[in-house]
Design a protein around this ligand. Structure first.
Ligand SMILES: NC(=O)C1=CN([C@@H]2O[C@H](COP(=O)(O)OP(=O)(O)OC[C@H]3O[C@@H](n4cnc5c(N)ncnc54)[C@H](OP(=O)(O)O)[C@@H]3O)[C@@H](O)[C@H]2O)C=CC1
Ligand SMILES: O=C(O)[C@H](O)COP(=O)(O)O
Length: 503
């Protein structure tokens, strides 16, 4: 159970402590932040509201700890990460319980998030040893006008203190996707977990504590982003910010100083369905992609662009599957659970009402109880409706009927977002051409957008982050080029990739 057994020391009465200098501490603010259970809408947990002085102290100790960590042999760093991964997986049940209570993630998916995070830590340790063990030797006569009289040895060194800010929807996984690469590369970490999901993240941090990392190397300060966020992101002690979330990232990028920023932001992942597509396959992927974790994934299918000639058939098939989705509490592993907060539910409702006023066809009756919104497919959505462009981050999926492939590509490319997209067709030549024309970091062919398996490129969290965090020779290189990944699937369990739209 959360906060018991080995986790008892992270709790002070009914308030979870923050982690600094290798110890669990109570904030001197005397203030706490309440975490509301999205399902019951009642307070579930409390965390410390850390002060600016506490943040200052954390930055100082992190800087000190990082200096000796950078000198710790790579294989020793990897060994500790493997140990943390094993401890995390061993304690998957209490951590998953927090995810269920804090973010209403279905029980089985919550366990999967923890296990997947352990695997990711180990993978980073293994690949880090390989990547970081290499350096470069350059000679001068390869550049015009030079003799062979100069030599350059280059290797990768850590940046220093990495500030990690993950979002609520994967508070453990998207935290370790920042923590593990930064640590293996020799950096220190200051983690600011999302408020909803903070307790799961604190349990995860305790697994690193139990693994025996040096004091002060890993730190976790809690508090509302709106209150301590600016102080953290503008702190002179921070050498790199790794952020995943919504438009907050745009604001951070404007405020942060001359440090490398990794911004993994929102998506409006378009799914283009051609007339020759396998419509059963498309429908299955649209429902899985659009409605898993109630649509609260950056990689969720967020707009379907279907050729008019097959639209009625596709919508019929999607509706048949939507009607089978179970709706209810995450503890019962329902497909659709409460969205994370009342304000999120209100925002989603605003998009639905706008679509209603402007004449969208409701394939199901709109139904909401508290934060629980029943799955809804909106057909005949037009570009003048907000839902055609905005990210609901909820179980509501718009369908736009198109009369040409160009119209679909145009809609996809007119979006402010550029995360992922997908195309369904039996013609691989068309699929490749359309994928190339879609201005998104990744295009999945005949499969829904998705991030995993986690070693596939996703622009930030994995090995590209290691490069970014450690490659002082060219720390801004992701600003010069955008990665493009076209992934062709033979089944629906596939990988994904993202474009750093705001990088
Ligand atoms: N591209 C990708 O890989 C992914 C993108 N996302 C995107 O994330 C969004 C949903 O996540 P959500 O958590 O709501 O996103 P937010 O942008 O609201 O919050 C993300 C994080 O930022 C913190 N934060 C809030 N204000 C500040 C501030 N002023 N300075 C620093 N940090 C701050 C939050 O803390 P607090 O909770 O305390 O407010 C939270 O930890 C969606 O848009 C989704 O598409 C999600 C997952 C992956
Ligand atoms: O936060 C998200 O939405 C993730 O990065 C997407 O991951 P997934 O595709 O594995 O759900």
């Amino acid at each position: 159970m959360a906060g018991t057994g080995v986790f008892a020391e992270i709790l002070d009465g009914d308030v979870y402590k923050y982690y600094a200098e290798g110890e669990w501490k109570k904030s001197s603010s005397g203030k706490t932040v309440s975490i509301i259970n999205p399902t019951t809408r009642k307070p579930q947990y409390k965390v410390q509201a850390c002060t600016q002085e506490e943040v200052n102290k954390v930055m100082d100790t992190a800087k000190g700890a990082q200096k000796s960590w950078a000198k710790t042999p790579l294989w020793k760093r990897a060994e500790l990460l493997h140990r943390a991964a094993a401890i995390l997986k061993e304690h998957k049940a209490p951590i998953a319980e927090c995810l269920v209570k804090e973010i209403a993630k279905p029980a089985k998916d919550s366990v999967t998030e923890v296990v997947r995070s352990g695997d990711l830590i180990s993978y980073c340790a293994e690949d880090g040893v390989r990547i970081l063990g290499e350096g470069k030797f350059l000679v001068s006569d390869s550049f015009p006008g030079n003799e062979r009289n100069k030599y350059c040895l280059s290797s990768k060194v850590p940046l220093g203190v990495v500030l990690a800010i993950p979002p609520f929807n994967y508070p453990v996984n998207l935290a370790v996707s920042k923590v593990a690469p930064a640590l293996i590369a020799g950096n220190a970490i200051v983690l600011k977990p999302p408020t909803q999901g903070a307790v799961a993240a604190l349990h995860m941090v305790h697994c690193f504590h139990l693994a025996g990392f040096p004091k002060g190397l890993i730190n976790c300060v809690t508090g509302k982003g709106s209150e301590i966020g600016d102080f953290l992101t503008m702190h002179p002690g921070v050498n790199c910010i790794s952020f995943t979330g919504g438009d907050t990232g745009i604001a951070i990028s404007k405020k942060a100083g001359m440090i490398p920023l990794q911004m993994e932001l929102g998506g409006k992942d378009a799914c283009i369905v051609l007339a020759d597509a396998d419509l059963d396959l498309a429908a299955a992927n649209i429902v899985k992609g659009g409605f898993s974790y109630s649509g609260q994934r950056c990689t969720a299918v967020k707009v379907v662009l279907v050729m008019e000639s097959v639209a009625d058939t596709l919508v019929g098939k999607v509706n048949a599957k939507v009607s089978k989705l179970t709706v209810g509490p995450p503890e019962e592993d329902c497909d659709i659970t409460s969205v994370v907060s009342e304000s999120s539910a209100n925002f989603i409702e605003g998009l639905v009402m706008d679509a209603k006023e402007k004449g969208a066809t409701f394939c199901q009756e709109y139904k909401r109880e508290g934060n629980l919104i029943w799955p809804l497919l909106l057909d005949h959505v037009r570009p003048d409706m907000r839902i055609a462009w905005e990210e609901p981050f909820g179980p509501v999926l718009p369908v736009i009927r198109i009369t040409s492939v160009e119209e679909g590509i145009h809609h996809c490319n007119a979006s402010n977002f550029g995360l992922q997209g997908s195309v369904f067709t039996k013609d691989i030549n068309k699929a490749m051409l359309i994928s190339d024309a879609m201005e998104t970091g990744t295009v999945q062919i005949n499969s829904a957008p998705a991030r995993g398996p986690d070693h596939f490129p996703f622009q930030d969290p994995l090995l590209q982050q290691i490069f970014m965090v450690i490659d002082l020779c060219w720390p801004y290189r992701s600003h010069y080029t955008l990665p493009k990944n076209i992934i062709n699937f033979r089944d629906d369990n596939g990988p994904s990739e993202a474009k750093p739209r705001y990088a």
